[in-house]
Design a binder for this molecule. Structure first.
Ligand SMILES: [Zn+2]
Length: 200
């Protein structure tokens, strides 16, 4: 095929869920569609880039300058916080309908080996929120690898308020393997959440 077409397929192929064949199908649709699919897509992408940013409270995707839909939902349990690594993890829990509290998206994990310290992820704001919300329950939904482990310990050691009881638990034990929260189905996520264990 033409060079520009191959370049477009190559771009699309890097997206989650798109193999070469589906990337080619999407690319063909975009460059041959006469109803303006490609212009509409470009416009939507530009708008998303312009208008989306991290929620100032939890780090979820949010309309620029506004708190996200979870943080502004008055029916959410505000003293229960689920700590996740990335936004797709949060989305997976939301889609499963199994968590009614708030979230905190770290944007990564601590990694002593790769020199990723506490200031490289959203940890300081976690401490502030725990105090401001008077959090009573903290669920650590981080992967079971060395980095997830290090991050959980850091949180438990640094952010639990003195003189106030906070239930801390950890999930992930029912999941297929580390980092698979976004790919787990609703039933698996629900049972992982229900079988969370106290974190000592
Ligand atoms: Zn939020």
């Amino acid at each position: 095929m033409a060079e520009a077409f191959d370049a477009l397929v190559e771009r699309l192929k890097g997206l989650p869920g798109l193999g070469r064949r589906s990337a080619e199908r999407v690319a063909l649709q975009l460059v041959t569609d006469e109803r303006g699919a490609s212009a509409a897509l470009r416009e939507a992408l530009e708008r998303a880039e312009r208008e989306l940013e991290a929620c100032p409270h939890c780090g979820n995707l949010s309309q620029r300058g506004e708190a996200c839909v979870v943080c502004t939902d008055p029916t959410r349990e505000r003293r229960a916080l689920c700590v996740v690594e990335r936004i797709p993890d949060l989305r997976a829990f939301e889609n499963s309908g199994s968590w009614r509290g708030l979230y905190h998206v770290l944007g990564g994990k601590l990694s002593p080996l790769q020199d990723r310290g506490p200031e490289s992820i959203r940890l300081a704001s976690l401490g502030e929120r725990m105090a401001a919300l008077e959090v009573e329950e903290l669920v650590l939904a981080l992967s079971n690898d060395v980095e997830g482990e290090a991050t959980c310990h850091y949180i438990a050691e640094n952010f639990l308020p003195a003189g106030r009881e906070v239930r801390v638990s950890r999930i992930g034990f029912g999941l297929p393997s580390a980092g698979e929260i976004p790919y787990a189905d609703a039933v698996t996520l629900r049972s992982a959440l229900e079988s969370r264990r106290a974190f000592e």
